[in-house]
Design a protein around this ligand. Sequence first.
Ligand code: ZN
Length: 220
Amino acid sequence: MDTKMNRQQEWYLLGTLVAVFGGRFSGRIGDYAHSARFQLKTAAELADDETERKRRLIGQADSLLSRMMNETELLLMACGGAVWSEEDELYLEIMAQRMEPFEDGADGVAVFSHAVLKERERFGRWLLSEDMSMALNGLLVLTGRLRRLLRHERKRLAEEEGEAKHRALFPEAAESPKCPVCGSPMRLRTAKTGTNAGCRFWGCTQYPACRGVREIIDGM
Ligand SMILES: [Zn+2]
């Protein structure tokens, strides 16, 4: 399969791997990792439109992971190891690993656990190492990567919540307009840069392949 993994699949799988590897360390590292994974599991099981709850659970997972990283760094230093820099060859090697997408189907749990096993093998080279410094650093890299994904997801969910609020305020705008360039539906976005920074506009759902935009007309 060469399709790209969907966002939720990626953070849920990565969150599970962090718990699988982190769980090898007794005490708080394992506890935090397991609790974070539970929040992510709960978030992943929510319906797509439960954005606010999902965002909150992901936020809680992120804060648990932050504590877990703190414990991991301390254990690493207690073992006489140093945290790898982002230029470290091993850091880059782990970051370059691409996980394999899998089918979400009726047999979800079995398929998922199979995916976990496969990725456990992929990252096990570092994270299951007998060398504590290697294993703990690997855990830090993987957790950092997961937290980056979670930050993006929280931001995206917050944007979706904004759109839902906008639709509640302007129900007549519930139907999104069509893209003037390619005819796809459009979604509300917020300009990040330029003189219109902070302003809302309709952007093509095919972005970045299509850059079609429309101004928001009041009440529409
Ligand atoms: Zn378009």
